[in-house]
Design a protein around this ligand. Structure first.
Ligand code: CMP
Length: 763
């Protein structure tokens, strides 16, 4: 960059300096893009994004490719400019900026998943646009014709390679960041380093997508922050990144403003026609992607149905922003393009971006009002009026209220209540409202648990995500939808099943231990929240409805509490020492929190000097951190100790037990998991070490408890299994292979007799 200071005074100097600013496309690529993209990725809720990742990726990649082609072909046909140049223009102009839509969705209370969909799509279509940009400009430089297969393969390699680099980088940086304690600024600096490192390493050294690397690093880091940082550090981090993102955005707009000034005097009718074609085709392409592609996903039930009104907002709100400008600047500063191509792209992209900002962004409010998305639902209307009535009763008085509210809304408490009954609210809507309010209380309880150190940030976000999903579901599908969700709530997810598999196949115990521990924590948090919520009287705002309806809502919640309680009981029965340790932790934590509260009261009443209070605060906080440490779950299966519990083997000497121990494989089964299926060939027998098994005999079922065995019949009679056996709760089993079983009973006639006797009785 050159800033000639020729002594013409500060203002002239500034203008001269600014217009003679020389940029390189590398500068834009390496300086700004990592910031813009990392900031967007970090602000996204990664766990939610993962739920819908498939749809988001399809929408972003397929949508962007479709849009690139539509725009490219339309502009090329209308202007006669080469197809490749127009495709490049199409790719640049198809990367959407989600700010406007997401802001609008927040204002009108759209489902949370929809906002994630829009933000996620925009994040990945930025990355797709850049990859396409590189591929198309590469083809233009080599003058090679576009071949679909190699181009697609190249795209996939660059895309997935980028993801891998980002994940590895983020993992390594997270390990370092976790070691830095109480230094929010250092954490922030490290995260900036992470973004640049991922980008440069991927782009420059490995020639894969730097933007994808930054996207995946940002998402991974975002999902990990609540485990490795406390909420003050997370807050600082997000604020810092917001600032960086803001500056990167602003600087790109300023640079574009300076650059475009050179081109605008040459604006002719040809360019204006091209701009019109670009605007129309880009909007048609966007509508096609949102209504068409999203419609297809809805048909295949890949996404929750999105109303046409929301789709219209998503289409019209598809603004273009700094990423498009940055790509256009890269064309301008690259030596690979001719002057005509450069001015064509820079002028069209910047005017198009401005159009979306000045036309789409400014009119989206009207669209929302026209589509009536801003209108309160009957339930919200009643709520608003009840809230007003409540405010009156609190004695705030008319005077203060008149300032903010229109005269129609201020009619005096009695009148407000009277009008509440005029709004038609169906019983179902009341039920939904009630559920929403109680869940709001549940969420508040989780916040308290987080503040008290009873749960960590990661569990907190999981719990809150669940509440938000439940609220969305209630809004969209009412109570029947919620019941399905509540069933899913207690099911074992893929991660749990994967952990069991890792343990069974590779004897890896840690993932399973972590999962079981998390389940304990999550169930206890839910149970305590529901206990508290159900003990409270109905929220005041529900008073316009009858007690019966409030009762109906409470019934659903009581049902949920009962199921959670059962699961927790089963776990506690299975891991009693761990459960006891958890109880002890809870008591210690309660005590520590009470001490902190007492100290706060004291220091507020100014009875302790500030420095003494600070010292005490530090000590007590340390104590609380120690108290909040989770106990270690011990499920290291000690086969030998476990065998002593099996009555069948009590005649064996200790040496014989040891030799048997070596032949047995321990394994954990989840509630409901099937160990063997009727009709299967018998390959092993099992000893139950803890938990219970249900033998399904068709007409009836027999329960076998710890110390008992099963699966012997098929081995002895050389026949298929005569019953299916599944785990009732968490179960620990010891498995003895068929060949070892044969040797074992030949060696120990007394055991053989015992097994035979049991087998005969069972058969
Ligand atoms: P197997 O047939 O190999 O597989 C199913 C197992 O269920 C069977 O061996 C027995 O161990 C067990 N089983 C079958 N019937 C009964 C019964 N009536 N009571 C207890 N266990 C049984």
């Amino acid at each position: 960059m050159a800033f000639p200071l020729d002594g013409n005074g500060p203002i002239e100097n500034w203008f001269k300096g600014a217009t003679s600013l020389t940029l390189s496309s590398e500068l834009i690529l390496f300086l700004f893009l990592p910031l813009l993209v990392f900031e967007a990725a970090l602000s996204l809720n990664a766990r939610r994004l993962i739920q819908d990742l498939g749809v988001i990726l399809l929408l972003a990649i397929v949508g962007l490719v479709i849009s690139t082609f539509i725009v490219g072909v339309a502009v090329s046909t209308a202007t006669g400019v080469g197809l490749m140049t127009c495709l490049l223009l199409g790719a640049i102009c198809s990367a959407t900026d989600p700010v406007a839509v997401v802001g609008v969705f927040k204002d009108v209370g759209a489902p949370k998943r929809l906002a994630t969909l829009v933000e996620g799509e925009s994040l990945f279509n930025d990355a797709t646009a850049l990859v396409l940009f590189v591929i198309i400009s590469g083809l233009m430089v080599d003058n090679a014709p576009l071949e679909l297969l190699p181009a697609t393969l190249q795209f996939l390699k660059v895309f997935t390679g980028g993801i891998l680099v980002g994940l590895i980088t983020a993992y390594l940086f997270c390990r370092v960041i976790a070691l830095v304690k109480n230094s929010p600024l250092v954490n922030h600096a490290l995260s900036v380093a992470m973004a640049y490192f991922a980008f440069i390493f991927a782009e420059h050294y490995l020639h894969v997508s730097g933007v994808m690397a930054v996207v995946s690093a940002g998402l991974f880091f975002g999902a990990t922050t609540d485990r490795i940082l406390n909420h003050v550090e997370i807050h600082t981090l997000h604020e810092g990144w917001e600032q960086l993102g803001f500056w990167a955005n602003s600087i790109i707009f300023v640079i574009m403003g300076i650059v475009i000034a050179k081109f605008l005097p040459n604006l002719d009718w040809g360019t204006i026609t091209a701009l019109l074609v670009l605007i129309i085709s880009a909007n048609i392409a966007r509508a096609g992607v949102i209504f068409g592609l999203l419609g297809v996903f809805e048909r295949f039930r890949l996404v929750e149905p999105v109303s046409n009104a929301y789709k219209a907002v998503m289409t019209w709100g598809g603004l273009r922003g700094a990423v498009s400008l940055a790509l256009a600047l890269m064309v301008l500063e690259s030596s690979d393009f001719g002057d005509a191509e450069k001015s064509f792209i820079v002028v069209l992209v910047s005017l198009f971006v401005l159009t979306t900002l000045f036309v789409n962004a400014t009119t989206i409010g009207w669209l929302i009002r026209w589509l009536r998305l801003d209108q309160l639902s009957p339930v919200d209307e009643v709520l608003k009026r009840n809230a007003l009535a409540e405010i009156y009763q609190a004695g705030l008085g008319k005077a203060q209220l008149t300032e903010g509210l229109s005269s129609a809304e201020i009619q005096g408490g009695d009148e407000v209540e009277q009008t509440s009954s005029e709004v038609k609210v169906t019983p179902e809507e009341w039920e939904e409202l009630g559920l929403a309010m109680f869940m709001g209380l549940e969420r508040r309880h989780y916040k308290q648990l987080l503040d008290q150190g009873a749960i960590d940030g990661q569990l907190f976000s999981e719990l809150v995500n669940f509440i938000e999903d439940a609220l969305d579901t209630v809004k969209q599908r009412g109570t029947p939808g919620l019941e399905i969700l509540l069933d899913e709530e207690l099911a074992f997810g893929w991660d749990f099943k994967a952990a069991v598999l890792l343990h069974r196949r590779f004897k890896l115990l840690t993932p399973l231990k972590t999962r079981i521990g998390r389940r304990f924590e999550s169930l206890s948090a839910k149970q305590s929240a529901l206990n508290q919520v159900l003990a409270m009287s109905a929220p005041v705002l529900l008073r316009a409805t009858s007690d019966e309806r409030v009762e109906a809502v409470k019934k659903i919640l009581r049902g949920r509490r009962e199921l959670i309680g059962q699961q927790l009981k089963a776990l506690a029965a299975q891991f009693p020492t761990y459960f006891a340790a958890l109880e002890k932790r809870r008591l210690n934590l309660d005590a520590a929190n009470q001490e902190l509260d007492a100290l706060n009261r004291l220091s507020q009443s100014l009875m302790v000097p500030k420095d003494v209070a600070d010292q005490l605060q530090a000590d007590l906080s340390k104590k609380r951190v120690t108290a909040s440490k989770m106990p270690v779950l011990d499920i290291t299966l000690d086969t030998h100790a476990l065998l002593l519990k099996v009555p069948l083997l009590k005649t064996l000497s200790s040496d014989q037990l040891i030799s048997l121990t070596n032949k047995l494989t321990p394994s954990v089964f989840l509630p409901g998991e099937v160990v063997c299926q009727v009709g299967d060939p018998g390959d092993a027998m099992y000893f139950i070490v803890s938990g219970a098994m249900e033998v399904d005999l068709g007409e009836e079922a027999v329960i076998l408890g710890s110390g008992e065995f099963f699966g012997e019949l098929a081995l002895i009679r050389e026949q298929p299994r005569n019953a299916s056996v599944k785990a009732v709760g968490f179960c620990e089993l010891l498995r003895l292979n068929r060949s070892d079983f044969d040797t074992f009973i030949t060696l120990h006639p007394s055991v053989r007799d015992e097994v035979m006797r049991a087998a005969e009785a069972r058969a």
